[in-house]
Unconditional design. Structure first.
Length: 368
């Protein structure tokens, strides 16, 4: 099992924005130092708590300060940006990172983002598909492009002067394009099937019950089989909320206590899900009413916390339940206590992951 990092940071709304941005940056740099293989950052335009507004800009900010880690958009919300801008920005970022870039994409899930961009009542899945198809077409085509769609038309024909470079859009360093990943949220996601059929890989979100995470793998297999592609567990990323501390009491308080950043994080999410009719993601039984879904139950279902030994055991239990997967994505939270936040990542990399991989190795040998 490899270790990665994923954050759609949720910070207290009254926290100094400069401080939260620098804390998020520090988390990425720490992940790089600890040998995390990849790290992703989300974006929202209209959320004072989820306050990274442009993931490409954030990655560009930290790119030169990282050494080995692959950096990914987690995700570019494609209906919110013109495809030509996405194609050009991603191409440049891939060159800036010398190919250490992963292109995470989605239709976007924040209702106020859709509202501010005028697409709240639009067919956003159709916009998403047209956008990514347009981006890929730009990268595989030459000027003047002449790509026509329902939502966007792309051409440089009337004004191009190719002999001096005008009218030519850049291509990424990785050809034909950087690896593409999609976030998987819906149980038994049809989107995972379609993504797998196109050669893209899934990230199962950290705010899902284990039973819904488990539902994504068969859908990935289904999509791969459709096109004769091998469904390799190494390509499946599973994000989870994890907190590690040296003693159980500290771990319990920081993960579950009244001032816990994990409690704050899931309270934000649960409030949004109930408001927008998606509380089913937190329901063990779909017959439950929204009022029956409690924050304590969500924390119990979605947060793995404890000492290194306890967390290692629970990660192995997770793997036994959902099946083999390639990368555990540690879900970033607000650093309410900087030392505890940093030490959790350090302990996960240096104490927990070796225990997990040793146990997996023993299991694999026993299965032979």
């Amino acid at each position: 099992m490899k270790l990665g990092f994923f954050t759609m940071p949720i910070h207290p709304v009254d926290k100094d924005w400069r401080k939260s941005l620098h804390e998020d940056r520090a988390a990425f740099l720490l992940a790089d130092e600890l040998g995390f293989t990849e790290a992703y950052v989300g974006e929202h335009t209209t959320d004072a708590a989820e306050n990274i507004t442009h993931c490409i800009s954030f990655i560009a900010w930290i790119a030169a300060a990282t050494k080995q880690i692959k950096l990914g958009t987690g995700t570019v919300n494609l209906p919110n940006t013109h495809p030509a801008a996405v194609a050009a920005q991603v191409a440049m970022l891939d060159h800036m990172l010398d190919g250490r870039f992963i292109f995470g994409i989605s239709p976007g899930g924040l209702a106020t983002d859709a509202e501010v961009f005028g697409s709240l009542n639009a067919d956003r899945p159709a916009m998403f598909l047209e956008a990514i198809n347009t981006v890929l077409k730009i990268w595989e085509s030459e000027a003047p492009y002449n790509i026509e769609g329902k939502f966007w038309n792309i051409t440089t024909e009337s004004q191009m002067m190719t002999e001096i470079g005008q009218g030519i859009m850049p291509k990424p360093l990785q050809r034909p394009h950087p690896p593409i990943v999609v976030t998987a949220v819906a149980p038994f996601s049809k989107g995972v099937v379609e993504a797998a059929a196109r050669g893209w890989d899934p990230i199962s979100a950290n705010f899902l019950l284990t039973q819904w995470v488990k539902s994504h793998w068969p859908k990935y297999v289904e999509g791969c089989e459709r096109v004769g592609r091998k469904a390799d567990p190494a390509n499946w990323r599973v994000a989870r909320s994890v907190f590690v501390a040296d003693d159980l009491d500290t771990a319990r308080e920081y993960a579950l206590g009244p001032q816990s950043p994990y409690r704050f994080y899931y309270n934000q999410l649960l409030t949004k899900m109930k408001k927008h009719g998606r509380a089913n993601l937190f329901k063990v039984d779909q017959k439950m009413s929204d009022d029956e879904v409690t924050l304590d139950q969500v924390l119990a279902d979605c947060v793995i916390w404890g000492t290194p030994d306890k967390v290692a055991d629970e990660l192995l239990a997770l793997r036994d339940d959902v099946g083999d997967f390639g990368t555990l994505l540690y879900a970033g939270k607000d650093w309410a206590d900087v030392e505890l936040g940093r030490n959790s990542m350090i302990s996960l990399a240096e104490k927990v992951l070796p225990k997990v991989n040793d146990a997996i190795g023993v299991q694999d040998v026993a299965a032979q």
